[in-house]
Design a protein around this ligand. Structure first.
Ligand SMILES: Nc1ncnc2c1ncn2[C@@H]1O[C@H](COP(=O)(O)OP(=O)(O)OP(=O)(O)O)[C@@H](O)[C@H]1O
Ligand SMILES: [Mg+2]
Length: 616
């Protein structure tokens, strides 16, 4: 590496400066960047108490001599840029000369380093920005940086540090991200004496995605390739049916730097629209390569934001590359899609039969082979409920509930005005299905179009809600063999925090070893459905992602998600009896909207029809 020097004020002033030391993970990120810039082949991170007591990062990079070491903790001291023009094409991870002094100001920082050619090493110490001292030290080639007592003298910041497990999770995430971007480097993380993560240098292609996606998913990931103009993009993405409820499983890298940018997310989301189920996000990573002069990384102190010189073309390249990969490389997800493939329909039919038969036990399950209609009507809608404080706002249609009302299938097509129902009591007679998705039925005064998925989802949601309000949780069914889900350390840390929420919806889950979660019980309602593992995975994702939301919104989301998974699907063929059961139940339950607020039915009155044909 070149010699370190202090940037002149006119360059230093052009650098996006600001606080980057937020928590142990942000410190580890800076140290990893420095080690990578120093050409390290091996980087070891060790934490004590989640990094609150100690963070130690050791690399075998080029090291620093005495003079450089002394300068390195000064503000605007860097070896990575020199001229103003260097800012326009940054090729290193660091460039501001800010990280070490910022960290030195809020901790006890010790750096021990020796360059290859030197016979001895040196150690510099700074205590909360004061008392800089340098001494000779025997050490191998490379650099060891230690941060002790982070924020100890800054109680306002100390308070914001989370529990050991949470901080460890954040650090592990950063390391896994870099391990994917630099698969040739050996990364190791240990915490309080235990090894938490060790990368596998030498893995190539999709295999190198394992730190982010896990070994299991990696096998099914789709390759993404594209390019245009000055940009080339490559990467891997999960198949559409393997999405997550959270977007936190997807990463962008620009010239190997992990970055975040609205434009990139927009291109990804647009490309997945209509291919992935609504609200689901892919897992994966895209690696963008472009001439450094065409992108500005000097936008935000954390160096993660970027600004592109040609945003339109970046959008196009990503959009087309992802869309092509998803359309040609993967199967379609059927749950909420109207374009479900044949295989998917088969699956959904099985699911419907199981739902029709009712779950294995409990209030509705006792009925054995009850029909859909019976199962719902047997639940007691009017029981005196004792809601938890946050349950009171749980409604089945986001403010459209009216429990006493019968199905509001009275809205004429066209102007959206609600008319009086032709006959509240009459049974509707199914005529057939439109596009395999809408049930057409006639009454004496007109006909009704029912969105079969939305309607069934609304009915199930109401049932679940009732069960939940009565018992304060959903029935749970223990699994004979626990489902083991591969998870990253931050999820493992989070799982303890959310275990009471999970158990309210019938999921018993706990950390299992260093990288897995054992699910020991699942909501009874989905226990016998095909794809239980996938549904539970999605529910856990949702809980982890939304755990800070208010409790009633969270519970609404979770029950809605279970309902969505359990409901008959768009594109699924229904027999006459099934249609009858659905219509009856819809009417009896008074469901007008699905949990997402969409209407479930439209009524077209005979009056209206006669007007169309000039009979009135
Ligand atoms: N692990 C390391 N090995 C060798 N040199 C290092 C190491 N860490 C830091 N340095 C040297 O110390 C200098 C200051 O590091 P610091 O992280 O503060 O700034 P930077 O990396 O130049 O820019 P940024 O603030 O954007 O990270 C670096 O420019 C580099 O020369
Ligand atoms: Mg740096």
């Amino acid at each position: 590496m070149k010699k370190i020097h202090i940037l002149p004020a006119h360059i230093a002033n052009q650098i996006a400066a600001g606080e980057v030391v937020e928590r142990p993970a942000s410190i580890v990120k800076e140290f990893l960047e420095n080690a990578i810039d120093a050409g390290a082949g091996r980087i070891k991170v060790h934490l004590e108490d989640g990094g609150k007591r100690l963070i130690r990062v050791i690399d075998d990079g080029c090291g620093m001599g005495r003079k450089d070491l002394e300068l390195s903790v000064e503000r605007h001291a860097t070896s990575k840029i020199r001229e103003e023009s260097d800012l326009a094409s940054i090729r290193t991870m660091g460039f501001r000369g800010e990280a070490l002094p910022s960290i030195a100001a809020v901790s006890r920082l010790t750096i021990t380093s020796r360059p290859e050619a030197a016979l001895e090493g040196w150690r510099v110490r700074v205590v909360f920005g004061r008392n800089k001292a340098i001494t000779a030290a025997g050490c191998p080639q490379g650099t060891a940086v230690e941060v002790e007592d982070l924020f100890l003298e800054i109680p306002a910041r100390l308070r914001f540090l989370k529990r050991r497990g949470t901080e460890l999770g954040h650090v592990a995430r950063i390391i896994r991200i870099f391990a994917v971007s630099y698969p040739e480097i050996m990364f190791e993380l240990s915490s309080d004496g235990r090894t938490v993560f060790r990368s596998r240098p030498g893995t190539e292609g999709v295999e190198s995605m394992w730190p982010l996606a896990g070994d299991d998913l990696v096998r099914r990931m789709i390759s993404v390739r594209g390019g245009g103009g000055e940009l080339s993009v490559s990467g891997y993405i999960s198949p559409p049916e393997e999405g997550r409820a959270s977007s936190s499983g997807f990463y962008f890298f620009l010239n190997k730097r992990p970055v975040s940018n609205r434009l990139l997310w927009k291109a990804l989301n647009e490309a997945c629209r209509g291919i992935m189920r609504k609200g689901m996000h892919p897992v994966g990573a895209l690696f963008l390569e472009m001439e450094p002069g065409l992108v500005d990384v000097n936008v935000h102190p954390a160096k993660q934001e970027v600004r592109f010189a040609q945003p339109d073309s970046v959008f196009r390249v990503i959009y087309h590359a992802v869309k092509k990969a998803m359309e040609h490389g993967g199967e379609l997800s059927g749950q909420c899609l109207h374009r479900a493939g044949a295989g998917e329909r088969e699956k959904t039919n099985v699911l419907y039969e199981q739902i029709q038969a009712g779950p294995g036990k409990g209030r509705c399950q006792d009925a054995g082979s009850v029909t859909l209609g019976q199962a719902v009507t047997e639940a007691s809608p009017g029981t005196d409920l004792c809601p938890l404080p946050w349950e009171t706002s749980l409604d089945d249609s986001r403010g459209h509930t009216d429990p006493g009302r019968r199905a509001d299938i009275v809205r004429p097509m066209g102007d959206g005005e609600v008319q009086a129902r032709p006959s509240g009591e009459e049974d509707l007679d199914p005529i057939g299905q439109l596009a395999g998705t809408y049930v057409l039925a006639q009454g004496s005064n007109g006909f009704v179009l029912v969105d079969q998925h939305a309607a069934h989802e609304g009915i199930i949601f109401k049932r679940l809600k009732r069960e939940f309000l009565q018992k304060k949780n959903l029935n749970s069914q223990p699994l004979i063999f626990p489902e083991i889900l591969e998870r990253n350390p931050e999820d493992l840390a989070g799982i303890k925090e959310v275990s009471s929420i999970l158990s309210q919806i019938g999921i018993e889950a706990e950390a299992f070893g260093d990288s897995e979660i054992a699910v020991r019980a699942v909501p009874e309602f989905i226990a016998s459905a095909p794809g239980t593992k996938k549904i539970v995975t999605e529910l856990i994702d949702r809980v982890l992602e939304l755990r800070h939301r208010n409790a009633s919104d969270l519970m609404h989301e979770l029950l809605a998600s279970i309902a969505c998974h359990s409901a008959i699907m768009a594109g699924q063929k229904l027999g006459r009896q099934e249609m009858q059961a659905l219509l009856k139940e819809l009417s009896q339950e008074g469901v007008t909207r699905c949990p997402h607020g969409r209407r479930v039915s439209y009524y077209i009155g005979l009056d209206e029809i006669e007007k169309w044909f000039g009979r009135r």
